[in-house]
Write a protein that binds this ligand. Structure first.
Ligand SMILES: Nc1ncnc2c1ncn2[C@@H]1O[C@H](COP(=O)(O)OP(=O)(O)OP(=O)(O)O)[C@@H](O)[C@H]1O
Ligand SMILES: [Mg+2]
Length: 281
């Protein structure tokens, strides 16, 4: 992967106000879809949004957006390609010659890729950088919490109690790293029969409120399994997705971005107006 000379180059152009991570205990619960939908909805509200696909070995963000553009290098760093609606994206898949090629890397390489996605990418001016994490509590989520200024976490789970128990471990990691969990998204909570309209809890009854009590974070939404969403995601048209049940998640994130203090500001050290560290200019 091409890199900029060092972090000081990108720090001259990067101003990222908030870094929000999307985490889960178990794989396949919908983290990447939730990351993508959150980015799309915040961009629809006029915010400047980027997504860092921190799932190096199983990246799925470019596929959701139908993005295949290889990131280019510039004097100030790696330029993240933009989606149709202007969301900036960095993912290991964008650097591969063949998107089906496996990334067979051990922990140290994975963690160094995450660090470079932060230090060597010219993200520019962003209101929010959403970090789509791999599941669990292994090297990559740990590195992300340690080396990125993550200031809020969305936990994604499904109604299976097992998934809930595992997400509690992921929430425990967040707590140990002093990263606040902004809320829980219970995905795949129900499905509507296309023939009779009856709503089924396909994976059993919800455990979201119990989990919320245990980890001390609110349930922001219970999302249905929606075949239209799955189909749009599959063909790279996640920017066309509209899911009414997702609205409270967007609301909570937009409110957080508007009101939370700037926990993740990177400024040029030589800014003449504020000496490089006030975040006000
Ligand atoms: N609410 C939903 N309705 C329909 N399809 C969904 C929904 N949530 C997720 N999916 C689909 O389920 C699959 C798994 O979702 P996704 O890739 O977002 O999970 P993940 O947690 O990121 O997985 P991994 O742990 O492998 O990174 C995808 O094909 C996605 O489009
Ligand atoms: Mg994923």
């Amino acid at each position: 992967m091409a890199t900029a000379d060092n972090e000081s180059m990108t720090s001259q152009v990067n101003r990222v106000r908030h870094v929000l991570a999307v985490a889960s205990g178990k794989g396949g619960v919908g983290k990447s879809l939730v990351s993508a939908m959150a980015a799309v909805e915040l961009a629809r509200r006029g915010l400047k949004v980027g997504i860092m696909d921190a799932d190096i070995t199983g990246p799925s963000i470019p596929r959701l957006f139908g993005l295949t553009v290889r990131p280019e290098s510039s004097m100030v760093g790696i330029l993240p390609p933009e989606t149709a609606t202007g969301i900036k994206i960095i993912s290991m898949n964008l650097f591969l010659d063949n998107s089906g090629q496996p990334v067979i890397w051990r922990g140290p390489l994975l963690t160094s890729a995450i660090k470079q996605f932060w230090t060597d990418v010219a993200w520019g001016d962003l209101d929010v950088l959403i970090v789509d994490l791999p599941p669990g509590t292994a090297d990559v989520p740990l590195t992300a919490f340690q080396s990125l200024p993550v200031d809020g976490i969305l936990m994604v789970t499904t109604p299976q109690e097992l998934a809930g128990m595992i997400v509690e471990k992921a929430a425990g990691l967040a707590k140990q790293m002093h990263k606040p969990v902004l809320g829980i998204v219970e995905n795949m909570a129900m499905v509507t029969c296309p023939h009779c309209g009856e709503v089924f809890e396909l994976f059993g009854p919800s455990h979201a409120e119990e989990l919320a009590d245990r980890i001390g974070a609110p349930v922001l939404a219970r999302l249905p399994i929606d075949p239209t969403v799955a189909a749009l995601a599959d063909i790279g048209h996640v920017e066309d997705v509209k899911m009414a049940a997702f609205a409270p998640v967007t609301e909570a994130l937009a409110e957080y971005v508007a009101t939370a203090s700037l926990a993740a500001v990177i400024l040029a050290p030589s800014c003449p107006s504020c000496s490089g560290n006030s975040g006000d200019c």
